[in-house]
Design a protein around this ligand. Structure first.
Ligand code: NAD
Length: 557
């Protein structure tokens, strides 16, 4: 992949003639709006279609940022940014890049959660491909409707587990769109290469069946062999149409997520961000947290609230890291205890345990509550991935603080309304001793004159860099080793200035630099493992940097 390839693709416009006049102004990848030069206006048939004054991108930025700030409500800001993205992607990405800390919570969690809930009501213009199960047998044909022939990054959802908000069916499209925006904004993936997809297999969310503005097919979810055949058809069509594409599985319900990852991870270049990306960001947070608590990874005991994709994904990667440090598998797994909706995950639980929980089922009498599990395991770190708001009560946090001089408390559930506790609660209830991170951002907290800046334990720190790294070397597979490398690289990016504020991650304002480092490490790992389809460049980091999309206007003449 080169930026040059993408630019060529744009110029040839997927084999079509370069658009002119109104068609150019409605092409979001090529449009410059009022920044078209005098010569471009003449040659491209734009005279009269734009006000006479030519603006620079900096002047346009001032205007759009002012308009953005005038919107009081986050959802209004989301709609504004979506409209800008659909009109002029260069300007949109420049705005997001220059104000990353302010914009990312709008185009991603928490606001994207609200936007998904209201996707039907705020729907204006389609973005990405919707493929419904009623179109089985026609998936290849539908992929051909996408205007760009060289897709390299696909984020696909079936909308069953959107953030911690549950089954939103086709409304979940906000997530693939948002994640791909982050690929470009945070790691410089050219938007030309990106394709968001929603596979609409119905929804079991009764409220949506009764909603007259619902945009998906109005039926219960299809499951079983018919579902699997639909996914298989989709994967085969992607392989044929876009042989170099990385497929990211996103926000599938956990009964499908683990199965699909297992079925396809060794067949195509793909990963599941909820399982693997979350794992890497949490492991990086733990490694960063140890710089504050002073312990070592092998001394950690983790207690999870929630035993789904995120929780068991984190545990699996933590176990891999411990194994690299020489611990046996059983010993490493025994450090990870889980509490789910039925209490402590134990072997003696009646009925069959889900496969992903089995490795972590304890030989322990049943324990009904998180408080009980806390007493039994006496963890050093408490990790919330349950999608259950306020699962970490004052008593739980205070007990963690009694057990540990610096308790690690990560409330990773999204969006903000689902966080297991707020930053303020974590610091207040632990007398300011908690090492805290959350999935969605919380503002700084001041207690007794000291200000704490909570870190955002969100996979936005991981997936853009992993994707960029895989793409630049054209990796044929994504491995756990790449996520382990990504986690360690991210942990190394947090510096003394971050730790002084109590933060275990670097600030989001450094995200592009973080992504470059992760991409470099991931590409290096792909070359080491023999999974790169491009020759190894002399300087991987320089290669990564050279291939990043920079949101600046290209001169068409
Ligand atoms: P999941 O559906 O796979 O798992 C949820 C788990 O929570 C299940 O084990 C379920 O039994 C458990 N649970 C439900 N109610 C519970 C209760 N009352 N008490 C204890 N456990 C309960 O979902 P997931 O993919 O693991 O995601 C869970 C949460 O993590 C979501 O809110 C999601 O937004 C968040 N998440 C955050 C990030 C991040 O980057 N910060 C990444 C992925 C997921």
């Amino acid at each position: 992949m080169t930026d040059h390839d993408a630019d060529e693709g744009l110029r040839s416009h997927g084999g079509l003639f370069f658009p002119t006049g109104p068609a150019l102004l409605t092409n979001s990848l090529l449009n410059k709006g009022t920044a078209f030069t005098e010569r471009e206006r003449d040659v491209l048939g734009l005279r009269g279609l734009l006000p006479p004054r030519v603006f620079t991108i900096e002047e346009q930025l001032r205007r759009v940022y002012g308009n953005f700030q005038r919107k009081a409500d986050p959802l209004e800001k989301f709609i504004f940014l979506t409209t800008l993205q659909n009109r002029n992607e260069t300007l949109f990405y420049r705005l997001v890049e220059e104000h990353a800390e302010e914009m990312i919570p709008i185009i991603y969690t928490p606001t994207v959660g609200q936007a998904c809930l209201e996707y039907g009501a705020i729907f204006r213009r389609s973005r990405g491909l919707f493929i419904s199960i009623r179109e089985r047998g026609r998936v290849s044909e539908i992929l051909r409707h996408w205007p760009h022939p060289d897709v390299r990054m696909i984020v696909v959802t079936d909308g069953e587990r959107i953030l911690g908000l549950g089954d939103l069916g086709a409304l979940g499209m906000g997530i693939p769109v948002g994640k791909l925006s982050l690929y470009t904004a945070c790691a410089g993936l050219h938007p030309y290469y990106c394709l968001p997809v929603t596979l609409d297999v119905g929804t079991d969310n009764e409220k949506l069946h009764d909603d007259p503005l619902y945009i998906g097919i109005n039926q219960r979810r299809v499951r079983g062999p018919e579902y699997d055949a639909f996914i298989a058809e989709f994967v085969a069509a992607v392989r044929q149409a876009y042989p170099k594409a990385l497929l990211q599985w996103e926000d599938f319900g956990n009964t499908n997520a683990f199965r699909l990852l297992r079925a396809y991870r060794d067949q195509i270049c793909s990963f599941n961000d909820d399982i693997q990306g979350t794992a890497a960001v949490a492991l990086a947070g733990l490694l960063g947290g140890l710089r504050l608590t002073g312990g070592s990874l092998r001394d950690q005991r983790l207690l999870f609230l929630g035993a789904g994709e995120a929780g068991t994904g984190i545990a699996d990667l933590f176990v891999s890291a411990l194994q690299e440090e020489g611990l046996g598998l059983a010993e490493a797994r025994s450090r990870c205890w889980f509490v789910d909706s039925q209490g402590l995950v134990v072997r003696s639980r009646p009925g069959r345990l889900a496969e992903h929980k089995e490795p972590y089922a304890q030989d322990h009498p049943p324990v009904a509550t998180l408080a009980g599990a806390l007493e039994a395991h006496r963890p050093t770190a408490l990790i919330g991935v349950s999608g259950q708001a306020q699962g970490f009560t004052r008593e739980i946090v205070a007990r963690m603080a009694a057990l540990n001089p610096r308790p690690i408390i990560f409330a990773l559930s999204n969006p903000t309304s689902k966080a297991e506790c707020t930053a303020e609660q974590a610091y207040q209830w632990s007398d300011g001793r908690a090492v805290f991170a959350s999935g969605s951002p919380f503002p700084p907290v001041t207690i007794a004159g000291r200000t704490y800046v909570p870190g955002q334990g969100n996979n936005v720190y991981i997936f853009p860099g992993v994707g960029l790294g895989a793409l630049v070397c054209e990796a044929s597979r994504i491995t756990d080793g790449m996520f382990l490398t990504a986690a360690r690289t991210l942990a190394a990016q947090a510096g003394e200035e971050d730790f002084a504020l109590g933060r275990v991650y670097p600030p989001l304002s450094k995200i592009r630099e973080v992504s470059v480092r992760i991409a470099t490490a991931v590409a290096g790992e792909a070359h080491r493992a023999g999974l790169a389809r491009r020759p190894r460049p002399a300087d991987i980091e320089a290669d990564v940097r050279a291939r990043m999309f920079v949101p600046e206007y290209v001169d068409y003449f």
